[in-house]
Structures are given as C-alpha cells and as structure tokens.
Write a protein that binds this ligand. Structure first.
Ligand code: AMP
Length: 195
C-alpha cells in the first residue's frame, strides 16, 4: 500500500499547514487545505468568501454544507485523481461521513490519517507568535481559545473514530519542522503505508 490518500488532523497551532507542504512534496500529492481555500475566497471576496468570513473571524466552523461542497469540487480536479493530502478536513463527524461517500463513489479509500499532537500551552504560544508574524484575523487570543474549544468538541472525536478504523498514525508535533516531518515519514513508511 502506498501513501497517496492522507488526512492531517490536529489542534490549531499543531503545525498542520507546515507539515502538509512537506508531506505533499515527499509523496508527490497535492495538499488541500480547506482553511487556505476559505482564506483565499475571503480575500478575493467571492460569494463563498462572503459566506465563510463570519465563521473564520469568530473561530467557528464553516457549515458542513459549504465545506463539503468545496472539498467535493476540489477532489474532482484531475490533480487529485492519483492522491491527495487533506489538511483540516474532515473536522466533524458529518464531514467524515461525507468524505466516505466521496471516496466510495470514486472507488477508493484512505491510506492513513496523521494526527499531529501538541499540548495546549505550546499551541497557544505558537498561535500568538503567528499572530504577530502573519496577522491572521483568527489568531487573536479570544478567538484562539474558542478555536481550541471548537476543536475539542467537534474534531477530537474523529481521533477515536479513525483509530477504530486502524488508520490513525500519531506523531508528536513538538520540535523543529524537519524533525517532525521525519517523524511523520518514518511513522507512515513503517506502518500505515508500508509496501
Ligand atoms: P485552518 O487554517 O485549518 O486553521 O482553518 C481556519 C478556519 O477555516 C477554521 O477556523 C474554520 O473557520 C474554517 N475551516 C477550515 N476547515 C474547515 C472544515 N473542515 N470545516 C469547517 N470549517 C473549516
């Protein structure tokens, strides 16, 4: 089995975006970040961006109906036919069910789900640093706290769900970027995606 269809899960600030780029390069698959797609639409003031903005700014999840449609369209693009890394999707149990439907309609399945862990103190510190560097509208202290709560309530249950499916690969997200990447490659190559 190869590592061609992957998910990346983890709390805000665990380093998903940074590691998504590394995984994308290593496995030659497109990284699809729903957060990035939403932010691009917000900055370009598209119809989707206008609908998504209020949710992004407040740290709430964008409704499943909008998010699922976006992913369905993106996965139908030719570059995703041979594989993909989804960064930040699915984030709710309903999104898992919707992704299951998309994959079974395409007669394919996930190879692994990578969970990047980091404790609360570390992720808050990282997000506050990113706020100073990038000025993301959802990196203020109040919104950060709320995003962590939303993650705990809505996304953390996915860990058990994918664990039961034997797809979960858990990697410690603390440390240098390259060290974390190596941990992920080793975990995937040694387990879930071993030939
Ligand atoms: P991220 O860049 O992954 O931290 O996502 C930033 C924001 O985009 C989140 O706080 C949500 O408002 C929205 N978002 C990204 N992915 C999803 C998703 N799968 N479901 C709902 N909202 C999402």
């Amino acid at each position: 089995m190869s590592c061609q269809r992957l998910l990346l899960i983890g709390p805000p600030g665990a380093g998903k975006g940074t590691q998504a780029a590394k995984l994308s390069e290593h496995y030659g698959i497109p990284a699809i970040s729903t957060g990035d797609i939403f932010r691009k639409n917000v900055s370009e003031q598209t119809e989707l961006g206008k609908q998504a903005k209020v949710f992004l700014d407040s740290g709430e999840y964008v409704p499943d109906s909008l998010t699922n449609a976006l992913v369905r369209d993106r996965l139908a693009q030719p570059d995703a036919a041979g594989g993909f890394l989804l960064d930040g999707y699915p984030r709710t149990v309903d999104q898992v069910a919707e992704l299951d439907r998309m994959l079974s309609a395409a007669d394919t399945r996930l190879d692994a789900v990578v969970l990047i862990t980091a404790d609360r103190e570390q992720i808050v510190a990282r997000l506050l640093r990113r706020a100073a560097e990038q000025g993301r509208s959802d990196d203020t202290e109040d919104v950060i706290t709320h995003r962590i709560q939303v993650y705990e309530a809505q996304t953390a249950p996915l860990i058990e769900l994918y664990g039961k499916r034997d797809l979960l690969v858990t990697v410690d997200g603390i440390g240098e970027v390259d060290a974390v990447s190596q941990r992920i490659f080793a975990a995937l190559d040694g387990a879930a995606c071993a030939a």
